[in-house]
Each structure stands twice: as C-alpha cells, then as structure tokens.
Design a protein around this ligand. Structure first.
Ligand code: FAD
Length: 327
C-alpha cells in the first residue's frame, strides 16, 4: 500500500486558509503512524511562495501546480489535475477542508477515483491501517463513526476549526516538486467575477474574537450596534440562523450546523438561545460569553461566563468598560 497522506492546501488570494494547517497537523500524525510521507498539494497562480510555510507546518513534500488556469478555483481544473495525479501517485488518503472548495473537490475526486468521501468529519484516527472518522449527525445530537476499510484512496473533508494546529517548526523544509499542468486540461467553467465581501472585519472562520447576534437583537436595525460593539474588540460578526431566516444578516455569517464552524479564543453570544444546531458550530471556542435575558436559556449550559440581562443594556456597559482599557 502506498503510504502518502495528501493535504489539499487551500488558499485564497495568496493567503493560506487556517484549515490547511489543521489538516497538516492531523496528516503529520497519520503519516508518522503509517511510516509514510505527508504531501501538501498547492494549486494556483503565483502561489509557490506559500510552500515554505507548508514545510514548517509538517509537510515533507509540497507538490506545486502553478498556472494561470488555476488562478481561480474551478471544478474541472482542480479535480481533473488532482485526479490524474492521484491515479499516478496512489496516495493512501486525501484530506481537505469542509469548505466550499473542499466539498466540491472531494466529491469530484471521489467520483473520478471510484471511491467514497467522508464529509464534515471532526476527528480522524488510525486503527491498524484503517482510517476512522467521526462526523456529527442531526445537528450534533449524534455522531457517526465511519470506518474506511480500504484506501482507494480515503477521501475526507474535515470541518475547519476543530482539529488542533501543532506549532510550526521554523526552518523545517519540505521538498518542493513542480507539477506539470497539461495544456489540454478540459475546463468547462469560467470564473467571470469574484465579488468580495467588503467588510473590513476579520473573516468569521479565522477571527480570534466573534460577536454573534441572535433573534434577541430584535430587528435588522440593531445589527449596527452589534457591529459597533464587535469593532471595539476587532471582532468578526456572526449570527444565528433565526437572524438569517429573518433577513437581518447574510447567510455567510451564520454559525452552526448549516452555517460556519468557528473556534475563536472568545465567542460572545448576544440574544442567542443556544439551540443545538447553533452550539454545534461554536462550542469549540476557547471562551464563551453569553448575554441573554432568560436565565434558563440553554446557551448558559455551554458558556464560561453568563450575563443574565438585556443585551441593549449589557453591551453599552461592556463597551464603556472596554474603552477605559483601550484609552
Ligand atoms: P431564539 O431561539 O428565538 O432565541 C432568542 C434568544 O434571545 C432567547 O433566548 C431570548 O431569551 C433572548 N433574548 C430576547 N431578547 C433579548 C434581549 N433584549 N437581551 C438578551 N437576550 C434576549 N441555528 C443556527 O443558529 N445555526 C444553524 O446552523 C442552524 N441550523 C439548523 C439546521 C436545522 C436542520 C434546523 C432544524 C435548525 C437549525 N438552526 C440553526 C435553528 C435552531 O434550531 C434555532 O432555531 C436557532 O438557532 C435559534 O436562533 P436564536 O437563538 O437566535 O433565536
């Protein structure tokens, strides 16, 4: 059995996604257990400069495909190139983030390689040479354990912000191997425009602090005070699905089972009841602060600090205190 563990190094605009380092940390342990090598697959245009950081985070080899055709993610280019490479090099497992790109890539690779895909896994381990994943079901109420008896290869999309990142080792170097991008790669999709979210706040899934709003904010007009509070902390703004369903905030900011998984150092839940579908997306946060006027709210069961009160009184008071420290 070939023993390479592949990690898809997801980057956007030359910025490596944090999930890539989470996957490399998990992949390093798997490769060591199997006595094999850890590969990072870096595709894009002008991305070769990201390879050293992949080595420092544990990759033994970085396979780099640089081409204008790879400047933006397209299904055909990325799946076509990596499926061809996988047929040739026969990795044991291919890991990617459970992100928009990773989900598309993983399912495409599974189809092309005639194998399955474990989707949305939160842990991976080996028993002998068998890969075993856990993935949440029913909004985190249950977990399925998925065993992959054969590496054909094993393909898994792992949820971001769940796996720990091992400290990088400065100066640790990976061998860099350029990958030839065939001139006749068939690409049926064309990216015409990338519309950026113009928020100056940190990205929700990468932020160190997240301030999240629930139905308790009362209406779309009050999202401005949540944003203003977030800005005093340099935080990203998230929300519950109730807020999205009401049309008060974009779906891209939804935290939870059908939204984003976040694991910041500090998560401040404002007017959120703590439904399991929400909690499943934020309960790996290092410190959870909940503000809710109902002392029985479920959110207090997962909170490290709970403030029972009206968020419209609590947030201004907190903001005033914070400003004393930043003054
Ligand atoms: P509510 O449950 O209505 O809670 C509002 C809270 O605000 C209450 O606890 C109330 O006491 C408090 N409050 C009211 N006014 C104030 C005030 N002035 N000050 C302080 N507190 C106040 N939900 C998600 O969030 N993310 C998901 O990804 C998600 N996926 C789902 C998937 C499925 C299949 C299903 C069935 C549901 C999903 N949900 C998801 C919905 C979830 O079940 C809850 O309905 C939702 O999380 C509730 O949002 P909320 O806490 O904002 O609203």
């Amino acid at each position: 059995m070939a023993k390479g563990i592949w990690v898809f190094a997801e980057q956007r605009d030359g910025q490596m996604k944090k999930v890539t380092y989470e996957l490399l940390s998990a992949g390093r342990s798997l490769a060591d257990r199997l006595g094999g090598e850890l590969y990072a697959l870096l595709l894009g245009s002008g991305v070769a400069g990201l390879a050293p950081a992949l080595g420092e985070h544990g990759a033994d080899q970085v396979l780099v495909a640089e081409d204008e055709k790879l400047a933006e993610y397209t299904h055909d280019a990325f799946v076509g190139l990596l499926a061809g490479l996988a047929k040739e090099k026969k990795p044991t497992a291919i890991l990617m983030g459970y992100t928009a790109q990773g989900r598309d890539l993983g399912s495409g690779l599974a189809q092309k390689l005639g194998t399955g895909m474990v989707s949305g896994a939160v842990s991976v381990k080996l028993e002998g040479s068998q890969f075993i994943f856990d993935r949440p079901l029913y909004g985190g109420k249950a977990y399925a354990t998925v065993t992959c008896p054969e590496a054909r290869p094993v393909i898994a999309a792992m949820r971001p912000n769940v796996l720990p990142v091992h400290a990088p080792r400065a100066g640790r170097q990976a061998a860099v191997e350029p990958i030839n991008v065939p001139g006749n790669l068939r690409i049926r999709q064309a990216v015409k425009e990338v519309v950026l979210d113009v928020s100056s706040r940190p990205e929700l899934t990468e932020a160190g602090i997240v301030v999240a709003a629930g139905r308790g904010v009362g209406g779309p007009e009050n999202m401005k005070s949540i944003e203003a509070f977030a800005d005093t902390l340099g935080a990203a703004v998230g929300c519950s699905r109730a807020v999205v369903d009401a049309g008060w905030y974009p779906q891209a900011r939804q935290v939870g089972q059908t939204g984003q998984t976040v694991a910041p150092d500090l998560y401040i839940a404002c007017g959120i009841s703590g439904a399991i579908q929400h909690v499943t997306g934020m309960n790996s946060s290092k410190c959870i602060v909940a503000i809710n006027k109902d002392p029985q709210a479920n959110i207090f069961k997962v909170a490290d600090y709970g403030i029972v009160g009206d968020l419209f009184e609590v947030l201004p008071a907190l903001k005033e205190e914070l400003q004393k420290y930043s003054a």
